[in-house]
Design a protein around this ligand. Structure first.
Ligand code: BGC
Length: 542
């Protein structure tokens, strides 16, 4: 299928995710900020991406890295000021980069003025109705209202001094909003408008699949799952319920007033049939398909996931949105350097370190990037993956900041290992991240992976990303078709636009490369063959 002229910008875009706290520190307090981001916009521009997505930068106690918002219309002072934020959006736009923000509608921070008002108001009062307050169970109400569990571990309910309990699907500092409440609905329409008026091009919507809660608050049954990843469809008491789509339609009508603005859902749902519902014409423009991201380095399951995503998206006239890493998962070069069992997240805590093959992980990670960037649809890159940064798996537990560590009773190390500040220079204070340390410690050898160490170095991961994005633009942006090419089961091979053949070698030995002009490969090609754990793009010979 050819891309129609006038096709929306996001449909085949590449978007770069900025985890602001860890990107670049402009004021020397050890935390990344808007000043740091502005000083490094040229790096993002040089990659050749279309847009940035900034994780929450609003005023927040940062109990969950900013996903605990205290005021949706202000910038946290550690990140900068509102003036800097609007200047940043303008500067990015002058460089040809759009800015997407993160909308966090499922919960506020417990210090948000609404929650404080709810705490000082009696049970049953209107301020309490903006959240989910319930009496406890048991004869004296000392047990939680039901068996719901927090995604971060422990019960999803916390008791307040007057005896009621409030719901928090994440940390206790993140009370869930009640989307059956009119104030909540009106407020978010205005928040959306507020940021679009300041130049944002749209929002990534946090836990978009959790907004509605069953008003009867039944227990989660033994066949259902509490965890975000195992969403069960419309009959689950809090995941992926049908009513939430009403809310999305309201947001969409606001967004539609701003030409070019878009919404992308972070929706962990059980199937493409469910995900497709978020992509109906009056709902989200895009939705992340996380299945691909979660797979081991295995051609069969990856190919199947690609097929499912293409078919699912096509059923609603859309194309998939791909991602290999983000601020919530173990970085992909580390995942692919580990066997598929145990799960990389579990391995972080006390897994056998000898299981990690760093070299294979990096080769596979680079090949996976070439695979992803060759697929129809848009792709989201996570800061630092263009440097081939691995997960920092040996962070001492004393420095862990992710609430998952405490809430899981110290059984899960959490997500800090993918949030370690970016190394910009080969040496010096925090490798150029800032002038006075970094909020999470960087590994000693981090300078060798810095942007400065890779700049202009042929074959470096940074140059690989730049070239891949350039070749993608010139060869792959005019067409959305994908045709599988018959191949050995250890190979993924497909043709794009009838012109470019993409080959990924998952096997142990080098394989021949089809006739044509080699556009680009993730590794050297000794004897003209594609080595194990590598990918190549080949154009049809003229
Ligand atoms: C965000 C996480 C956050 C959670 C709660 C997620 O989906 O990506 O980083 O902890 O939502 O807001």
């Amino acid at each position: 299928m050819r891309v129609m002229s006038g096709s929306p910008w996001w449909r085949n875009a590449v978007i770069y995710q900025v985890y602001l706290r860890s990107f670049a520190d402009g004021n020397g307090d050890g935390t990344g900020d808007i000043a740091g981001l502005r000083s490094r916009l040229s790096h993002i521009r040089s990659l050749g991406v279309d847009s940035i997505w900034i994780n929450p930068w609003y005023r927040s106690p940062l109990r969950d890295g900013g996903y605990d918002v205290a005021d949706y219309r202000s910038i946290d002072p550690r990140f900068g000021t509102m003036e800097e934020a609007t200047e940043m959006i303008k500067e990015a736009s002058e460089l040809g980069l759009r800015t997407l923000l993160d909308l966090v509608p499922n919960h506020t921070s417990s210090v948000h003025r609404w929650f404080q008002e709810a705490l000082s108001s009696p049970p049953g009062s209107p301020p309490r109705h903006r959240y989910h307050f319930r009496p406890g169970s048991g004869t004296d109400g000392t047990r939680p209202p039901n068996n719901w569990r927090s995604v971060f571990g422990g019960p999803a309910w916390t008791r307040v001094p007057d005896g009621e309990w409030y719901l928090h699907l994440f940390d206790a500092s993140q009370p869930d909003l009640n989307w059956a409440n009119g104030d909540v609905r009106a407020e978010f329409r205005e928040i959306i408008r507020f940021w679009l008026d300041r130049g944002a091009s749209g929002f990534r919507v946090d836990v978009a699949n959790a907004l509605d809660k069953d008003p009867l608050y039944p227990d989660v049954s033994s066949e259902q799952d509490h965890m975000i990843i195992a969403a069960e469809g419309a009959d689950h008491p809090f995941w992926d319920r049908d009513f939430l789509h009403d809310v999305v339609r309201e947001w969409r009508s606001v967004v539609d007033e701003y030409p070019g603005a878009m919404l992308i859902a972070e929706a962990w749902v059980s199937s493409w049939e469910r995900l497709a519902l978020y992509l109906r014409p009056d709902e989200y423009h895009q939705a992340f398909d996380f299945r691909f991201m979660l797979l081991p380095w295995d051609p069969e399951v990856m190919k199947e996931a690609i097929d499912t995503a293409l078919a699912g998206a096509a059923s609603v006239g859309s194309v998939p949105t791909w991602v290999l890493s983000n601020h919530d998962v173990v970085r992909h070069v580390t995942r692919y350097g580990l066997p598929s069992v145990p799960d990389a997240r579990d391995w972080l805590l006390d897994g056998d370190r000898s299981l990690l093959d760093e070299e294979a992980g990096l080769s596979r990670g680079r090949a996976a990037t070439l695979l992803m960037l060759a697929l129809p649809g848009s792709a989201y890159l996570y800061q630092g993956e263009e440097l081939g940064l691995p997960e920092v798996h040996d962070l001492p537990v004393e420095v862990l900041d992710d609430p998952v560590w405490d809430r899981s009773g110290h059984t899960e190390k959490g997500r800090d290992g993918c949030r370690v500040p970016i190394p910009w220079s080969k040496s010096g204070e925090s490798f150029g991240f800032g002038s006075d340390g970094s909020w999470l410690p960087q590994p000693e050898g981090w300078g060798g992976l810095s942007a400065a160490a890779q700049e202009g170095v042929p074959g470096s991961t940074l140059e690989l990303y730049r070239t891949a994005l350039e070749v993608r633009r010139t060869h792959l942006s005019g067409d959305e078709s994908l045709e599988w090419v018959e191949s050995d089961p250890t190979v993924i091979a497909f043709r794009r636009g009838g012109d470019v053949t993409v080959l990924v070698n998952f096997g142990q030995s080098p394989i021949p490369i089809p006739q044509g002009r080699i556009l680009f490969s993730s590794d050297d090609l000794p004897d003209g063959m594609l080595p194990a754990d590598s990918a190549v793009w080949v154009a049809r010979a003229p």
